[in-house]
Write a protein that binds this ligand. Sequence first.
Ligand SMILES: [Zn+2]
Ligand SMILES: [Zn+2]
Ligand SMILES: [Zn+2]
Length: 536
Amino acid sequence: MDLNYSRTVKDPVLGNGLAASKDLSAGEPIIKISEPFLIVVEKDALEKVCSYCLIESDTSSLKRCTGCKVVRYCTPACQKADWKLIHKNECSLLQRLPGIPPTPVRALYQALLRYVRPGPAFELDSRSQGLEAHVPDLKRDRKRWDEMVLQAKGALEFSKTPADKMDMVTRLLCIMATNAFRATLPDDTPIGLCYEPTLALANHSCVPNAFIMFDGRGISLMALDPIKAGEQIFISYVDFTQSRDQRRAELKQRYFFDCECQKCKHAYTPYRVCKESTAISSEKLALLYDYKTLVFQAEEREQEIQVMQQELNDVREAISVTHSLIDLSKTTASETERLNFLKQASSDLSLYKTHKLFALPPYPTILDELYLSYIDNEHLTSALILLLFIFLNCDIYNWPQPNHPIRVTRLFTIARLLKYAASLEPAALQHSLPFIPSEVLAGTDFIDATHAVLILVDELAPLSHGQGTRFVGQVELELREVEEVQRLRGGVGKALQKWQSEGNSATDGRKIASQIFTGLRTLAGFAFEVIEKQRL
Ligand SMILES: [Zn+2]
Ligand SMILES: [Zn+2]
Ligand SMILES: [Zn+2]
């Protein structure tokens, strides 16, 4: 372990857990592990990430292993390191098999080869021993259990583990099934499975105070909120912006417990959680949205929801229809149909729109899917308008902490979409967004906007993704690029740079940034014009 500000604690209800061993500030790393116990790239990601350092790249620039033709690497150094670590064993296995085994089988196989003591003992490694296995719970689901037994058998044979060790192998598979994390790219795209016993001790809450972050093979546990010494550390095992029913169903199905966190116990809405959250203050971010106003609005929406209970109950059926429409949008082959399903879902929940309850599930999912539909169809200016709206009306409530990685990643995407808009000729830009008045579009300088948003991302990225990470490097690269463009064309770039280094006391820069962000809020206001009028 490279860094550890945690210790194991025993929670009377939740069992083993992790607590902070010192006072931690928001965005501070709690645990850093450069070489986790196990990371396996999943089938769908094998073509697009290096199987060793997990960097994302074009398939053409990743070299395929000439032996198995399954895994790819970004450099000979990565290939060599992975060969030494595990691939010397796995390569010949992959060559012999007709297809790539499922990820849990590959993970179990690798764990058996790397950690289970060779020789007659063949014991479970000591770090996995204390972890929850949920064998009886898993056995109850007949179909799932049968599949797991098959997987365990496969890994046992592939690793040449003696057949009489089948119980131990199955137990290890169960431990991994209940304790592994999704390995992700910095933008939260899942790319594989990571099993790390130390982090597996962290308990779940739907109002977490910490999160897991990957940087290549490295994995960190980061503080989302300030955490006092001795206070327990909670991460969320599921997407905590889902509805209470969805979260609880997923937790029960995958981890076999009924969540008793405050949010579940009292059925808190995102607005309620938001108004009670502590967030790090950023005076720069306050120019985009004011935190006090946010809390005030969250309070207002919460009160409105309380008096709307009857109406909200009445739309229960519409909500379940909405879920079906979202599912349909994901399965249809026609892009037009996909968009229409989502538009239908949005209009079915017009009650939410009327009362501006955009952060209430399932509304954020509808908006997200609409945004993705525009991205997939390369309608990037429409995607920009939608993402600005989502950021200002869903994200800041659902993730009130400015250093939440999903929020920071979104802000970075906004910067990139602004950069794209800046690259368009004015006529092409207007043509792509015909229902936005020309004076609004002409009044926005998209290069300045890119610059200002990147300054925000640059400030937050070390707190969301960790200092010195690839993501921070990417952000800095984009920032240097726009600074260079600004330098060449003169204008307000200098003032913005001053604002970046001196904060809001740099009056000129502050005024410019403030104007830019007002412009972005205006653009976000056209989101429903996009949803209602924009065709693919
Ligand atoms: Zn690599
Ligand atoms: Zn190979
Ligand atoms: Zn909960």
